[in-house]
Design a binder for this molecule. Structure first.
Ligand code: SAM
Length: 322
């Protein structure tokens, strides 16, 4: 397709300036992005992985942020990595840079129990497992094929501290034992997945419809409603999506602020990086004006040569005063 369908073009025109739109169109025209991966510190070290890549004459950059993140130089494709032992043995996990950011926003020390509410195929679950090897991680995924894929990945990456359930998160209460309260909760929500927006992805562009966005923000709110009662006081909740749609991002953060006064929105500050183009969250969209703190504290990662869309909001549950 040579240009965006009218519906999408009009939506974007109301969000981005002409200059931003022109940059985005360049990104939407890209055939592919340089491949990125995360080092699996559960079973490997930078030295082992870097030696494995060098032996195969694969050149790369190691990023300062996110931790353990690498980008392979242009000219290599994903299948060049699939053939390598470092990949086959689970020393690395192929994961876009922006997708590695949400987990890095947790700051609490020594969490005992973490919930990954929407987990498959397990990219962020395995990242949590490596970052907090002493915590118990509980992961939910309702779709069997995706659940099986996640189990495969978790086994390959040696994530021994994860218990995964093939169920919807609304059934969390059926698994809760009395002492089960989480120190950290991640909702990497099912969304309209605009990360895959590309002028070369005609299937996605033709199928895009505002009804998908509407369906998604309803279920995102239900998911949040289902998990927040199980977050311990004083601990952290991260909400993230890989879509641009404000209804699934700022509007959902606005919903949390309005309906869960115990949840305090936290400032997200990402380091400057040539690999990550960040922008503040929106103040408004159409007739909807969001809570002022959203545009000051939440982050959007704008698609670029290296990263895909991501929206992130971080909350801490206020401690109850008796
Ligand atoms: C954005 S993806 C998660 C990606 C994953 N966190 C990762 O980093 O690899 C969202 C996932 O939520 C799952 N999902 C959809 N409805 C759900 C529900 N009601 N409860 C839990 N998970 C759900 C989808 O099947 C999908 O696998």
């Amino acid at each position: 397709m040579e240009k965006l369908p009218t519906q999408l073009a009009e939506r974007f025109a109301s969000i981005f300036t002409k200059e931003e739109m022109s940059d985005l169109e360049t990104v939407f025209s890209l055939e592919s992005r340089p491949v990125s991966f995360r080092l699996n510190t559960l079973i490997s070290t930078p030295e082992e992985v870097e030696e494995g890549l060098s032996k195969a004459s694969i050149t790369y950059s190691k990023l300062d942020f996110p931790l353990n993140s690498y980008v392979i130089d242009e000219g290599f494709i994903e299948s060049d990595i699939w053939k390598r032992r470092v990949y086959k043995d689970g020393h690395i996990y192929m994961q876009w840079i922006s997708s590695q950011i949400p987990v890095s926003l947790f700051t609490g020390e020594s969490p005992m129990r973490i919930l990954d509410a929407c987990a498959a195929p397990g990219g962020k679950t395995s990242q949590l497992s490596a970052l907090y090897p002493d915590a118990e991680i509980i992961a939910f995924e309702p779709f069997k094929v995706r659940y099986d894929k996640m189990q495969h990945n978790l086994k390959k990456l040696w994530c021994k501290n994860v218990t995964a359930y093939n169920d919807q998160i609304c059934n969390l209460k059926n698994y809760i034992k009395e002492e089960w309260y989480f120190d950290m909760i991640l909702v990497d929500a099912p969304c309209s997945s605009e990360w895959s927006l590309s002028l070369h992805n005609e299937k996605f562009l033709e199928a895009w419809d505002i009804s998908h966005v509407r369906k998604n923000y309803k279920r995102q709110k239900f998911i949040i409603w289902d998990v927040l009662p199980y977050l311990k006081d004083g601990w952290e909740f991260i909400y993230t999506t890989c879509t641009l749609a404000p209804e699934e991002n700022e509007w959902v953060a606005h919903y949390v602020i309005c309906n869960h006064p115990e949840m305090q929105l936290q400032q997200i500050t990402l380091p400057e990086s040539e690999y990550i183009i960040q922008s503040p969250a929106l103040k408004s969209f159409g007739k909807y004006i969001y809570k002022t703190e959203i545009s000051k504290k939440c982050i959007r990662v704008t698609p670029s040569k290296y990263s895909e869309w991501f929206f992130m909001a971080k909350f801490v549950k206020q401690e109850t005063v008796d």
